[in-house]
Design a binder for this molecule. Structure first.
Ligand code: AMP
Length: 142
């Protein structure tokens, strides 16, 4: 059914819910699993404003650590974990194509979303993907 699944995660508190869906889909299909988190580049002025020299470097390090933990939980090889820097939609789609994914899994909305609407990343991935996309509807906020 599916041979290669890539799970795009924003590493927020919704991740645990999505992880169970990803785990189940992987179990049902026996597919190889990849995980990706994208760090959006910060505008130059943020460095001066926050007084931290290498915020982006720190964000990348933190993302790598969080993704590594998720990789352990989901039993994903280090080489199949991607932390990319750039526009989120573009990086998810490029990486999905690079690994030859035939299914991209995302949540329906992330940090900025309203529970009834498809978030901008989910929407962009759905429209730009060459392969199937499974958009998992997140439970409504209490
Ligand atoms: P959004 O469209 O931003 O509300 O997020 C919807 C879904 O897109 C999330 O549940 C994730 O699956 C995915 N996503 C959002 N931001 C990122 C990111 N920075 N890196 C990887 N996946 C992301």
């Amino acid at each position: 059914m599916y041979n290669k699944i890539i799970f795009a995660t924003d590493l927020t508190e919704d991740t645990a819910y999505l992880v169970e869906k990803v785990r189940t889909m992987r179990g049902l299909t026996g597919a190889k699993l990849y995980i990706i988190h994208v760090v959006e580049p910060l505008p130059g002025y943020s460095y001066a404003y926050l007084g931290i020299e290498d915020i982006e470097g720190q964000l990348i390090d933190e993302a790598r650590q969080s993704l590594a933990k998720l990789g352990e939980k989901l039993n994903v090889d280090k080489h199949d974990q991607f932390v990319e820097v750039g526009p989120t939609k573009t990086k998810i789609l490029q990486t999905a194509e690079k690994v030859g994914a035939d299914l991209i899994m995302t949540g329906s909305h992330g940090r900025h979303g309203l529970s009834l609407l498809l978030g901008s990343t989910a929407n962009a991935v759905l429209h730009g993907a060459q392969c199937d996309v499974l958009t998992i509807r997140l439970p409504k906020d209490e």
